[in-house]
Ligand binder design. Structure first.
Ligand SMILES: Nc1nc2c(c(=O)[nH]1)N[C@@H](CN(C=O)c1ccc(C(=O)N[C@@H](CCC(=O)O)C(=O)O)cc1)CN2
Length: 312
């Protein structure tokens, strides 16, 4: 029987560390860290995620501000808002919920957020730092994935890890983090030939293809660890909706451990956002924001990984 990796419990643990960091900053006379969340349009899933982010901020003492903009907001107006927030010293973290409406150039918007305030870790400066192992802000979902893996495999040295999915938000950054942890990483995607055979050799599979129930039981070797990043809403026969991951959960009981959907990677994404916000605030408050070691020794970063970025 595979162990279920409880993402909600691990996220709560991380939130406790984050709250302690917020308390320590405030006790030292600093203002509470401030996070600004921008939501453009009315995508129902994005509304859910933004609500959760705002509520989570309250729990750990982060001061959150929301900007809800209509779907027809112009790109220039959005860029002007971000420019104002970049200059506001009470704002330590800025995130723009994606997806954005089609008339807005997402890449341009994400790179307009100051790298120091980019708590999503999507800015090219942070992407470059991650891929060279030189600090920066790590994207929330990949950071959460690493913490979930480390909760069952503390040392990944030499482990064979297959990542399914090559997105900029999950697949590519998670591959970099796994390499930093000395794993042997194979990055694949839905067009990869022989995907079942490749997966069958893996000690760990990170499924992030956005393809519901792609990974079948016979793709998984006995004792593997499975991390399911996919979340697809499906309608059931009785007209209700259910969330489905990229792994066929019922067929993988021979794995050592598996993350559920919901309750696995999702809650970690939000907990890591809070941790990133505190790190950005701390860097702004103590200066030194361009140093390689800004985040490397932060408690929230080292809690499950043992260390920050490996420089080698
Ligand atoms: N600016 C960003 N936009 C998006 C990100 C991101 O990291 N930054 N990631 C995803 C959505 N996302 C965060 O924003 C996110 C997805 C899922 C969850 C979550 O808690 N999921 C729950 C289920 C929730 C449900 O009922 O739908 C779970 O898995 O248990 C949190 C955040 C895209 N956009």
């Amino acid at each position: 029987m595979a162990e279920i990796i409880d993402g909600r419990a691990i996220a709560r643990q991380l939130d406790e560390t984050t709250k302690a960091e917020v308390d320590a900053l405030v006790e030292a006379g600093h203002p509470a860290p401030g996070l600004t969340v921008i939501l453009v349009g009315e995508d129902p899933a994005s509304e859910v995620y933004v609500r959760r982010k705002i509520k989570a901020c309250e729990k750990v003492g982060i001061k959150s501000t929301e900007h809800r903009l209509p779907a027809d907001t112009s790109q220039d107006d959005l860029l002007a808002l971000i420019d104002t927030l970049n200059k506001d010293s009470a704002v330590h973290g800025i995130l723009c919920q994606v997806p954005l409406p089609d008339h807005i150039d997402t890449r341009l918007v994400l790179r307009s957020i100051s790298p120091e305030k980019d708590v999503d870790g999507f800015h090219p400066v942070n992407v470059g730092r991650l891929s060279t192992g030189t600090g920066g802000i790590v994207p929330c979902t990949p950071l959460g994935v690493m913490m979930l893996i480390h909760s069952v495999i503390p040392d990944l040295t030499g482990k064979d890890v297959v990542v399914i999915g090559k997105s900029n938000i999950v697949g590519k950054p998670v591959a970099n983090l796994l390499l930093d942890a000395e794993a042997t990483v194979t990055v694949t995607h839905i067009y990869t030939h022989g995907l079942p055979e490749i997966c069958r050799k893996a000690d760990v599979i990170v499924a992030a293809a956005g393809a519901p129930e792609l990974v079948k039981g016979h793709w998984v070797k006995d004792g593997a660890v499975l991390i399911d990043v996919g979340i697809t809403r499906q309608e059931t026969e009785d007209g209700k909706t259910k969330l489905v991951g990229d792994i066929k959960f019922d067929e993988v009981q021979h794995a050592a451990a598996v993350t559920p959907v919901p309750g696995g990677v999702g809650p970690m994404t939000i907990a890591c956002l809070l941790a990133n916000t505190v790190q950005a605030a701390r860097a702004a408050m103590v200066g030194n924001s361009s140093s390689d070691s800004d985040y490397a020794d932060a408690p929230s970063r080292t809690m499950f990984t043992g260390s920050g970025n490996n420089p080698n």
